[in-house]
Design a binder for this molecule. Structure first.
Ligand SMILES: C[S@@+](CC[C@H](N)C(=O)[O-])C[C@H]1O[C@@H](n2cnc3c(N)ncnc32)[C@H](O)[C@@H]1O
Length: 651
């Protein structure tokens, strides 16, 4: 397979290791590259047979071990630490804004105060060690004035959890009462009010005042965007986790393993619903999205140890802390500063999120054994870079206590550490071709389709999702419900045909040459989908002529639009004279249905639009074949409609 642009291929590959060229990993790599001879790299290192040999060479081979060990020994925690003085100052500023009734600014200040505050008792010089509890407590007051009961309640509870004294504290129960009342949880509001009244026993005047205020609270229940329920077409496949029973995995020498239709699949069929094995938020979103569930942050909950990340809830914080974040926390700025790609974060997370080293190894090796890595096509430079990154990640794991107390401070792998380094190297190879970008739909205007933007928030690896090959004219739409990947067919697929995703290069927007170059350089294969083999034009250049299927049953003939609609045409495959009248009237009908579907989209009626597009597209495929401009537009519109059934945010 000819590489159309080796320089670009190398650049693409390097970016899957180091995405930020400013990061220090580039220097590390260059330093090691300088220390070894060209001959060593291109003969000795190139001929190494296993990843284990490659890893060990970094620690033992005199050509490289000096700079490798020298640099790895400097690995130490770098992270945004807590700052009680800063937190306290922001809280006081926030209180001032609250008094001035500028809740927006007050909330902004308190969000800073929460994220920067150390946990109870860490800095007793400031706020007597209660900066965090105080920040949550003041923020709950702002949230109550903003009528946000849900977040206010969370803050009240977090204030208590972080040391705020609630015993015999009427204000605590009064805030709980108000928060529940705002949430429309009247029974719970009544219980809190009951406790408050008990605490205020005898103070009739006060109780009466609270009762009056409570009776004036109108519940403010925000309508939550609920993602539509998706269900696998034909039920779950007993042999392929998370996939529809209509699919099967097939294998061919040239295409590897891929998903194909076991039975006919229809437009609208959900073929995959899968939670990721590992998922990571993009580092640039650490301050704006929840580290754990990727949701956009409104009211951040802080990490107990660093100020570099935030969470949407106490549940997400606890889940992250109890698995991966306790290891990654104090190294997060070092990892980001290295410039390493999101794929490297995924490789590291595969281990940090697992409950034991053995579990991490089992997960990693399970992925490595099933997914393609294109080992034979790798250059020694590529291997060296990945091997160095694995050694760096291993060093971070050693230093963050992932292996427990080590008997040595040295960077050389001991015990299970070598196995982990080898698996990290394996992961860095398979992730290059198998990871998915995770996105959300952000709507920044009144119209949910016209004002929708796809925003990439992270990356993830899906066990079954990795088996979908690429097609320049894809048969499925990809959407995310949180981190769950959902694939829905946007056209019918006949039993035996591949059910494919699109890796980026799409026939409607890119020429054949551009697509082939990108696919070869990023995914290391030569595409031979219908659009590539037949060299379809880009959308703007497609003429209006329809290519029909021969109406003779079981004939695969393709017929051009007849010059005279009234006359029969001859099919070169079945050699019969056939009439295309019915096919033409189907296409006219189909175009009418597309127009109706488009009108539903204009009116923001997602479900009606989906049903109409499904009907039109199915009708088209009964009588004709692509490329057809209106059908390609319809498929793209159907994809947009399905995106609207996943995670969307209005801003
Ligand atoms: C996500 S994996 C898909 C599963 C893969 N076929 C396997 O055997 O594991 C991506 C890799 O599959 C191969 N691939 C994907 N689409 C292809 C296609 N249309 N033709 C040939 N190979 C393809 C390429 O090698 C690519 O790097």
């Amino acid at each position: 397979m000819e590489d159309l642009d080796p320089g670009y291929t190398q650049a693409c590959s390097e970016r899957t290791i180091q995405s930020d060229s400013q990061g220090f990993f580039a220097e590390f790599y260059n330093e090691v590259l300088k220390s070894c001879s060209d001959k060593w790299l291109k003969t000795h290192f190139k001929n190494m047979k296993s990843d284990s040999e490659r890893i060990m060479s970094l620690f033992n081979d005199p050509e490289v071990c000096g700079p490798v060990i020298g640099i790895l020994e400097h690995v130490q925690p770098v992270f945004k630490e807590k700052d009680a003085a800063f937190s306290s100052q922001r809280r006081i500023q926030g209180e001032k804004f609250l008094l001035m009734e500028d809740n927006k600014k007050a909330l902004m200040m308190l969000n800073h105060a929460v994220v920067r505050a150390p946990p109870k008792g860490i800095d007793k010089q400031i706020d007597c060690g209660f900066s965090l509890a105080m920040a949550y407590w003041i923020r709950s007051a702002i949230l109550l004035t903003e009528k946000d009961g849900i977040h206010a309640l969370q803050d009240i509870k977090l204030a208590a959890k972080n040391g705020f004294n609630i015993k015999e504290n009427p204000e605590y129960y009064w805030r709980m009462t108000k928060a529940y009342a705002l949430m429309g949880e009247h029974a719970k509001a009544k219980i809190s009010m009951g406790i408050l009244e008990k605490l205020l026993e005898g103070e009739k005047h006060k109780i009466e005042k609270f009762r009056q205020e409570l009776s004036g609270i109108v519940p403010n229940v925000k309508e939550k965007t609920v993602c539509q329920a998706h269900a696998l077409a034909g039920g779950e496949n007993p042999n392929i986790e998370s996939a529809s029973n209509l699919l099967e995995v097939v294998e061919s020498g040239e295409k590897g393993k891929y998903m194909a239709a076991k039975d006919n699949v229809n437009a609208g069929d959900v073929v995959l619903m899968e939670e990721p094995v590992v998922a990571c938020l993009l580092p640039k979103l650490f301050g704006s999205n929840c580290l754990h569930c990727f949701t956009r942050l409104e009211i951040p909950v802080c990490c107990p140890s660093c100020s570099g990340v935030a969470f949407c809830s106490d549940e997400c914080m606890t889940a992250a802390w109890n698995s991966y974040h306790k290891y990654e926390c104090t190294f997060s700025d070092l990892l980001v500063g290295s410039g390493m790609s999101i794929l490297c974060f995924l490789a590291l997370r595969t281990f940090t999120q697992s409950s034991s080293v053995d579990e991490g190894l089992a997960t990693a090796n399970g992925l490595i054994s099933k997914l393609c890595a294109h080992k034979d096509l790798r250059t020694p430079q590529d291997y060296l870079q990945r091997t160095l990154m694995s050694a760096f990640l291993l060093r971070c794991l050693q230093k963050c206590g992932y292996f427990g107390r080590r008997t040595t401070e040295s960077a050389d792998p001991i015990g299970k550490e070598l196995e982990v380094a080898v698996s990290l190297l394996g992961l860095l190879q398979v992730l290059q071709f198998n990871a998915h970008e995770v996105h959300q739909i952000v709507i920044s205007g009144d119209h949910k389709f016209d004002n929708a933007k796809t925003v990439y928030v992270g990356a993830a690896i899906y066990k079954t999702g990795s088996y979908f090959n690429h097609d320049c004219c894809p048969g499925v739409a990809r959407l995310f419900v949180g981190k769950k990947l959902v694939l829905v067919c946007t056209r019918p697929v006949k039993a035996g045909d591949p059910v494919s995703e699109n890796y980026g290069p799409i026939v409607t927007k890119m020429t054949l040459k551009e697509r082939l170059r990108i696919l070869r350089s990023r995914y290391w294969f030569k595409c031979s989908c219908d659009a590539c083999r037949e060299n379809w034009p880009v959308l703007q250049k497609i003429d209006r002529n329809v290519r029909f299927r021969c109406p003779t049953p079981s004939c695969n003939g393709i017929l051009k639009f007849p010059k005279d609609i009234g006359k029969d045409v001859r099919c070169n495959v079945c050699r019969k004279n056939v009439s295309l009248k019915e096919s033409i009237s189907s296409i006219i009908k189909c175009e009418e249905i597309y127009r109706k579907a488009g009108a539903f989209m204009n009116d923001q009626k997602t479900e009606e639009a989906i049903n109409a597009f499904k009907e039109g597209i199915s009708l088209f495929y009964e009588v004709a074949v692509l490329p057809h401009k209106d059908t390609l537009i319809a498929q793209e519109s159907l994809r947009k409609c399905y995106s609207d059934t996943g995670t969307t945010f209005r801003i």
